[in-house]
Design a binder for this molecule. Structure first.
Ligand code: MN
Length: 220
């Protein structure tokens, strides 16, 4: 899948989906875990991506798929070992996204000390809203995230409560991975995660960003 970075004319392919776990204290608490001392990073495949007005398809392997609303930073320029004070210069855009999670498979994986790739990586498990130029976002740590399911608010929080802020995450991840244009950084979810069902309509918003809308279905 390709995305158009603001201020550029040719679309780039989506690369890595870097995702951060337990980056809000209240979500870590609801999962009965502590916020880790270093960012907890996992990856999703680009094949998990869907855009606004598309559908999340519930896989037959899971009976408990959860929504996780997250602020997504979109990498615009390549970098390795990016210093914290230059980190935001590498972010071309922001969007609101959803880190869909098969909670039952994730729980099994945790118990068996297996990776989360399956629980997190199904097709359609990484909805991404329209991109807004980073230049139009004064402070990525001052946005209100809000997720409604069928019109009812399920998650609402300010990104000021991100434990590791965007600049720190970019700095940290770039010490491991070369960051490239088209990489996406899902920054973690606040409290209020919960199950979705076939027929649900999810609407995710963040202050100043265009909304993300997806429906949920379970294919026959
Ligand atoms: Mn998440």
């Amino acid at each position: 899948m390709k995305i158009e970075l603001p201020g550029t004319s040719s679309p780039v392919s989506v690369g890595k989906l870097l995702c951060i776990g337990r980056n809000y204290a209240d979500h870590a608490a609801e999962m009965q875990r502590a916020v880790p001392e270093e960012p907890m990073v996992f990856l999703k495949p680009a094949s998990a991506l869907v855009r606004t007005d598309e559908a999340v398809r519930l896989p037959p392997q899971s009976t408990n798929v959860h929504h996780e609303i997250e602020l997504v930073a979109v990498v615009g320029t390549e970098g390795k070992n990016i210093p914290e004070d230059e980190a935001l210069d590498h972010v071309a855009a922001y969007a609101v996204g959803l880190d869909m999670t098969a909670r039952d498979l994730q729980q099994e994986a945790k118990e068996q000390r297996h990776p989360w790739s399956v629980a997190k990586g199904f097709d359609t498990f990484a909805p991404l809203g329209p991109l807004t130029s980073a230049a139009a976002v004064d402070d990525p740590q001052a946005l209100t995230l809000r997720l409604t399911v069928n019109g009812e608010v399920r998650q609402e929080a300010s990104t000021e409560r991100l434990f590791f802020p965007v600049r720190e995450l970019v700095h940290y991840c770039s010490q491991i991975f070369t960051l490239s244009p088209g990489d996406l950084l899902y920054t973690g979810t606040p409290a209020g995660v919960g199950p979705v069902h076939s027929g649900d309509e999810l609407r995710a918003t963040a202050t100043g960003l265009e909304p993300l809308h997806v429906s949920v279905d379970r294919p026959e």
